[in-house]
Design a protein around this ligand. Structure first.
Ligand SMILES: *Cc1c(COP(=O)(O)O)cnc(C)c1O
Length: 603
């Protein structure tokens, strides 16, 4: 039904040799790095070489007709994840070493006459194949074989494409639609000399291939994102970025996170089929029930991830800011659980508006600092928190949405990506793995949307819909519809789209729902908008409340006003009968009862 999916292409960088160059390559996060243990190659690593440790990157040793015992020895000494066999090794040879627990990539040189029947005998003994240009020089020739030869490849073993891939091949690779293509091998066309890789060329190429919609390693989503920060913040941010990059591939960290999400938050959250809603809107509608999480919204997914990170890097003081108090409560909650000190900056105006959440945070042991500068609301609290962080670099600053300087947007998006990760699993069971036609989420800063979009970004078949709050209407100045009303600029350390006047001053946003009341949008969404990957629509206060009331009466679920915006979009989209629609129900409506009551009483 949907099979037209884009493949995530893995990157293998091969023929590394020089230690300094290798550690720079590791910072590019390829999926595999390869070292050549064949004396006749100009990229031979030498007899005294020792491959450095890597986390999350597989190490490959390349061998040509090597003796079994020497290959085993080198494999153990260098802690290799794979051996790549580049000579005339027989299926028998492969069977023998694979029996010793070694994973094999078997390489074949392809020419016009190559007969793919030949590789059949290897299938049960190897993990991957690698197809290269046929030559007597054993790799790194910079020449391509005839890629048409692999168009119809359909053995069960995935393969890596090699042989003279260069920067100009981007479109060609991007258009390859071979299900078993695992990745590409980059070697001689990205070098200054044999074995010394050209980092700039590699960086550019990898980010084009890998990060079409996700950020690159500098936090850029296309032309958005990055870290536009005052110099005084540089050390704090840089330290955080390095630590985050390290920890995110650490298995014990991932396990801790998983355990808390399961036992404390109650994940996985249900994917609930709404029969009554579906009947009315003529599509098959599911809700992802983030409202059932502990503390009542998706925000806890992110605060747990960041709090564990803080703990792991030895930070005991957490600071954060909050507008409506939702992120403040989620932060205080996890700090209380993990025994971290918690300080929350909150505007005086917001404190008066959200007194319940203020007392929640106090009960949870947080220290609230009232901010009385500027308009005494969220943006002023951000400023105060940043000022405090500069003076107290030992603190950990916990941002609550997919905004701010790198690494925050990609970190928050990643911690929220559990939402779409679970959906993909749940769809296997409920819809035999069919991809949805629509994914819908409301947008404040963009974290719940980033989380539910994340694992569908490359499935271009899936329409992604972001719903902004237009407040009293797009034509009034009481609105928070950033993408509709905004323009490009820097907000809170990130190049993005924001609402600003012609002098670049931030316009005060407005929405009935406190969580959508933000003048910017996360850089991921700005990029999705510019690349036409997602569609952004807006919903007024009135439409959202009505949708919230409708959902309550039809399905027995009272949504947060933020989430009610996503529900209201159903009236603005037209579906086909069989369309599969998933809406992120980001939070529950308890906190919004006063607003609902007012609306009902005035009717
Ligand atoms: C905070 C909040 C939002 C908006 O924040 P995003 O970062 O855009 O997800 C949406 N829904 C709920 C329930 C919230 O608490």
């Amino acid at each position: 039904m949907f099979k037209k999916r884009k493949i995530k292409i893995k990157i293998k960088i091969c023929g590394l040799k020089y230690y300094n160059n290798i550690s720079s390559i590791i910072d590019l996060y390829p999926d595999f790095i390869g070292f050549i243990f064949f004396e006749k190659s100009p990229r031979f690593v030498g007899d005294n070489f020792l491959a450095p440790d890597t986390i999350g990157i597989s190490k490959v040793g390349v061998f040509v007709n090597e003796k079994e015992d020497k290959l085993l020895k080198l494999s153990i000494k260098n802690n290799l994840d794979f051996v790549q066999l580049h000579g005339d090794e027989s299926p028998y040879y492969c069977r023998n070493i694979s029996k010793k627990g070694i994973k094999i990539i078997k390489s074949f040189g392809i020419d016009h006459n190559f007969d793919f029947e030949k590789i059949k005998e290897y299938i049960d003994h190897v993990k991957y194949f690698l197809f290269d240009f046929k030559s007597n020089l054993y790799g790194g020739t910079g020449k391509k074989f005839f890629w048409e030869k692999i168009d119809n490849y359909n053995f069960k073993v995935p393969f890596i494409l090699s042989g003279g891939i260069n920067s100009n091949d981007f479109d060609k690779i991007n258009n390859l639609n071979i299900p078993k293509l695992l990745g590409i091998d980059l070697n001689s066309c990205f070098e200054n000399k044999p074995g010394l890789k050209n980092l700039n060329l590699l960086k550019k190429f990898i980010s084009r291939i890998k990060y079409k919609y996700l950020s690159d390693y500098h936090g850029f989503y296309g032309n958005f994102g990055g870290a536009y920060i005052p110099e005084m913040l540089y050390n704090n941010i840089n330290y955080l970025k390095n630590e985050y990059n390290k920890i995110i591939n650490n298995n014990s960290f991932k396990k801790q996170l998983k355990r808390l999400l399961h036992n404390y938050v109650g994940r996985p959250s249900p994917l609930f089929y709404c029969k009554n809603l579906s009947k009315i809107y003529g599509a098959k509608i599911y809700l992802k029930r983030e409202d059932l999480n502990h503390t009542g919204s998706h925000k806890i997914n992110n605060t747990i991830g960041q709090a564990l990170l803080a703990k792991e890097i030895g930070k005991k003081n957490i600071i954060s800011e909050t507008g409506a108090g939702q992120h403040g409560v989620a932060t205080s909650t996890i700090c209380s659980l993990l025994g971290l000190k918690c300080t929350i900056f909150m505007g005086e105006v917001d404190i008066k508006r959200q007194i319940q959440n203020v007392y929640r945070m106090k009960m949870l042991g947080a220290n609230i600092i009232a901010v009385n500068s500027g308009s005494k609301t969220l943006k002023d609290s951000v400023n105060e928190a940043i000022r405090y962080w500069i003076n107290n670099p030992d603190c950990y600053y916990m941002i609550g949405s997919a905004v701010g300087p790198d690494p925050y947007p990609r970190m928050v998006s990643y911690f929220q990506s559990i939402i779409s990760e679970e959906i993909k699993e749940q769809l296997k069971e409920k819809e035999s793995g069919i991809l949805p036609n629509y994914i819908i989420a409301c947008l404040g800063g963009g974290s719940n949307a980033a989380g539910i979009f994340y694992h569908f970004l490359d499935d271009e078949y899936v329409k992604l819909i972001g719903v902004e709050a237009s407040g009293l209407g797009l034509n009034t100045n009481k609105t928070a519809a950033t993408i509709q009303k905004g323009s490009r600029g820097v907000l809170h350390g990130s190049m993005t789209i924001l609402m600003q006047d012609k002098y670049g001053q931030i316009l005060e946003p407005y929405s009935i729902s406190a969580g959508l009341d933000y003048p910017g949008i996360g850089p991921m969404h700005a990029n999705l908008f510019y690349k036409n990957r997602a569609t952004f629509i807006s919903v007024t206060d009135f439409e959202a409340i009505e949708a919230g009331i409708e959902l309550s009466s039809l399905e027995g679920i009272i949504p947060a006003l933020e989430s009610a915006h996503a529900i209201a979009s159903l009236k603005k989209l037209s579906f086909k009968k069989k369309d599969l629609v998933i809406i992120n129900l980001s939070g529950r409506g308890d906190k919004d009862m006063d607003t609902y009551i007012k609306h009902i009483e005035n009717k």
